[in-house]
Design a protein around this ligand. Structure first.
Ligand SMILES: [Zn+2]
Length: 145
């Protein structure tokens, strides 16, 4: 996988993510069905979004670690407007903020869940969606209980 500039998939019209070199471990992890985030070697905090230093202690000494993939919905919004043609058949859809067991919050999509059933506090687990451009997105779905 090579770093990419944001582009639109010609076949589907879907926007593809911009992938920066410092994010490659995250994207390569996703392709292997693993959610990996940066963890501080100083204080142990895991963080997201990806950045050069620990947001707690500002150490730049970190490692990439696999997360449990379990969390809960911290917050969400329902979009009723299709901002790009790709979303025409998908509105209304939820954009959720998932708080992982390890603490970081990821803004993501909730797969296979009608918008009327999305609830704050709902247990979720990581899921993966392969999209054009040889990219795998980290998504979430309701936890199997
Ligand atoms: Zn730290």
């Amino acid at each position: 996988m090579q770093p990419s500039q944001q582009m639109i998939d010609n076949e589907t019209g879907r926007y593809l993510p911009v992938i920066y070199p410092e994010e490659l471990p995250y994207w390569e992890g996703a392709r292997k069905r693993q959610l990996v985030l940066q963890c501080c070697k100083g204080c142990g905090k895991a963080w997201y979004p990806i950045g050069p230093a620990c947001p707690r202690c500002f150490s730049m000494d970190f490692e990439w670690k696999q997360m449990s993939g379990r969390g809960k919905i911290h917050n969400y919004v329902i979009y009723h407007k299709a901002w790009t043609p790709w979303f025409q058949k998908r509105v209304p859809y939820a954009v959720v903020q998932v708080e992982l067991e390890e603490g970081p919050r990821l803004t993501t999509n909730l797969l296979d869940c009608p918008v009327g059933e999305v609830k704050i506090g709902m247990p979720v687990e990581v899921a993966y969606e392969d999209i054009p451009g040889d990219i795998t997105l980290v998504q979430f779905r309701r936890a199997a209980r």
